[in-house]
Design a protein around this ligand. Structure first.
Ligand code: 6PG
Length: 240
């Protein structure tokens, strides 16, 4: 499902509403809500909205368990860390207990960090881990999580989590594989700004070429995928 919103605030509110609705349903049905957050800069505004007076009382945060769809292989205190970004914009403002947060252990060698994270996920979510919600961003090159164009991880069929050196960003990344993302109950892409318009068009309108446009790999097996776009990011798919 693709929804286009007239501005970023309307887009964020729609995404926050989905988050709250899914959290309430999961906590009512199963007593907990498991969510994997996206990295990068786009989610910061969503985190700030969830932590605002408009939303912070809507969710029983003590029953929400936070994971990361990908992580940069840097110390968790590093400005580039997705964990650090979430801590600053969501966990600290909402006073989330550390026992509800599962960061990647980047003190381990990167391959070990990926295996360790996969074991953490399998231990918490079972042998076929199904996140209630996975939030994703979209790079200008149509990557998502750390599934970058022309990388071997795009073809990973067995592992749920992998680490790899990403030449484009000159660092190791630990990432959910498409297999894990596509096992989710719900996947929500949060994409806004004119810079994303071309990548959005490639992913949603061009022929299936996931090697070029890795976000095309995301098609949940039994779940749903929502694309939350503002008009700027949607302008090439809206153009007649
Ligand atoms: C990361 C993200 C990555 C991000 C896109 C978009 O670790 O960087 O997981 O996939 O979502 O690169 O990033 P922006 O939101 O900063 O444009």
């Amino acid at each position: 499902m693709v929804s286009v919103h007239k501005n970023i605030n309307a887009l964020l509110a729609a995404t926050a509403d989905l988050f709250v609705g899914l959290a309430k349903e999961a906590i009512k049905d199963r007593g907990k809500f498991t969510v994997a957050l996206s990295g990068g800069s786009s989610p910061k505004k969503l985190h700030e909205m969830l932590a605002s007076d408009d939303y912070k009382h809507e969710v029983e945060w003590k029953n929400v368990y936070f994971f990361f769809g990908d992580e940069r292989y840097v110390p968790l205190s590093d400005k580039q860390s997705n964990y650090r970004m979430a801590k600053d914009t969501l966990f600290d403002p909402l006073h989330i207990n550390d026992k509800n947060i599962f960061p990647v252990d980047t003190t381990l060698p990167s391959d070990s960090a990926a295996r360790d994270y996969e074991q953490t996920i399998l231990k918490r979510l079972g042998a076929s881990p199904q996140f209630d919600l996975i939030i994703l961003g979209l790079g200008d090159d149509a990557h998502t999580a750390s599934l970058f164009p022309h990388t071997l991880v795009l073809h990973e069929k067995d592992a749920w989590v992998k680490s790899h050196f990403v030449k484009k960003v000159n660092m190791d990344r630990i990432t959910f594989t498409a297999k894990l993302i596509n096992n989710a109950d719900t996947v929500a892409f949060l994409v806004y700004g004119a810079a994303k318009a071309e990548a959005v068009h490639h992913v949603l309108r061009d022929d299936h070429e996931p090697e070029e446009y890795p976000a095309q790999l995301i098609n949940p097996t039994n779940g749903k995928v929502h694309w939350f776009l503002d008009e700027e990011a949607a302008k090439q798919i809206l153009a007649v």
